[in-house]
Design a protein around this ligand. Structure first.
Ligand code: MRU
Length: 350
């Protein structure tokens, strides 16, 4: 079963509308880069790798709509478009990684016509999409070895096909283990306040016929105490050079609880999520979203008018709580500063 999250089609960006899931499976068509920015901001497209691919395609759309310009002016305009896209969401490293990659195409370009350069940008954007699926499958190959037949797993948020160009990171590892014939059961955290677990992960697992049970976030500790969980596996939005990991709010609490209950806690993420420019997680920018996500449910008020809200979308899990980080180049172990440095340099892991 293939879920198509993002498609470049006839010079438009087609996105599955993740806000409408699981009630309706519909697609929206973005004709301008500004429409893609809105889709990233309002979570029509979400999940770090998917945001990266959407950003790359948005920049290609922006380039496509530029009038004919002298090369220097084209470059400046393109960089301004990228700058605007970069402001869509602050935490996912993949957004900035993808835009750097697109800007490199323009910076490296030998003198050529604007049309040829735009063709190159479109190809590069499409490549970020097709490569992401291959990377996820590669992660699945490595990560599936960590899962055993009969495991009861827990995942948080949605790190599946919907959060990527396809297949998924954490859910990709689960998919790969299933493809190898391992029988698995997944507990799905509903993931307040936006319910990516209940709406999206449950939808994907149901489609995939992987047995799952939905729980509210505050039940996870009790499940651990009851010995119901063998392993926890989540995705990541940004990983600092020391392995500290930003992921959906609630991930940190899970990791601390897992440590206390001696349950392995795995993070699955592509190398494009790693930000070696940040020494630790302390400087990872954490997005704060609007209070209505907390005070309302589907437009219906669930807290008194005027209620003060703090709504950070992500938290930081210190590296010490992470048993291993699964990447497309292999499984990283502690000390992460050393294993991350080696993998980024392209060295083989022992
Ligand atoms: O706010 P979201 O839905 O974009 O947050 C997504 C997550 O936190 C995911 O776990 C993360 O991006 C990894 S997706 C492969």
């Amino acid at each position: 079963m293939t879920i198509k999250t993002i498609i470049w089609k006839n010079n438009t960006v087609v996105l599955i509308d993740q806000k409408a899931l699981p009630v309706a499976e519909k697609y929206i068509v973005c004709k301008s880069y500004k429409e893609v920015i809105s889709a990233i901001k309002d979570l029509t497209v979400r999940g770090a790798p998917a945001i990266g691919v959407a950003a790359a395609m948005a920049s290609a759309l922006g380039a496509l709509k530029l009038p004919s310009l002298p090369p220097e002016k084209f470059r400046n305009k393109f960089f301004t478009i990228c700058y605007e896209i970069a402001k869509a969401r602050p935490t996912a490293r993949n957004l900035f990684w993808a835009l750097e990659r697109m800007k490199d195409v323009v910076s490296r370009a030998k003198p050529k016509s604007q049309n040829d350069l735009i063709k190159e940008l479109i190809n590069e954007a499409k490549l970020t999409c097709s490569e992401d699926i291959k990377i996820n499958r590669q992660m699945g190959k490595y990560g599936s070895g960590l899962l055993a037949d009969g495991d009861n797993l827990l995942t948080h948020c949605n790190a599946g096909a919907l959060a990527t160009a396809g297949y998924g990171t954490a859910l990709g590892v689960i998919r790969a283990a299933r493809e190898q014939g391992k029988k698995l059961h997944v507990y799905v955290d509903e993931t307040r306040p936006v319910l990516q677990g209940a709406r999206l992960t449950a939808w994907e697992l149901k489609k995939e016929k992987i047995p799952f049970t939905l729980i509210t976030d505050n039940m996870a500790g009790f499940l651990m105490q009851q010995d119901r969980l063998d392993k926890i596996i989540v995705g990541a939005d940004r990983i600092a050079a020391n392995g500290d990991t930003a992921n959906k709010i609630g991930t940190y609490s899970l990791a601390v609880l897992a440590c206390s209950h001696r349950i392995p806690f795995y993070v699955a993420a592509p190398l494009s999520t790693i930000d070696v420019s940040l020494k630790t997680g302390a400087t990872i920018p954490i997005e704060e979203r609007k209070g209505e996500e907390v005070t309302h449910f589907k437009g219906v008020r669930s807290a008194p008018e005027g209620t003060k809200v703090y709504n950070p979308a992500f938290d930081i899990t210190p590296a010490k709580y992470i048993t291993a980080i699964i990447t497309e180049k292999g499984i990283l172990k502690k000390p992460y500063r050393a294993s991350i440095a080696r993998i980024i340099k392209g060295e083989k892991l022992s």
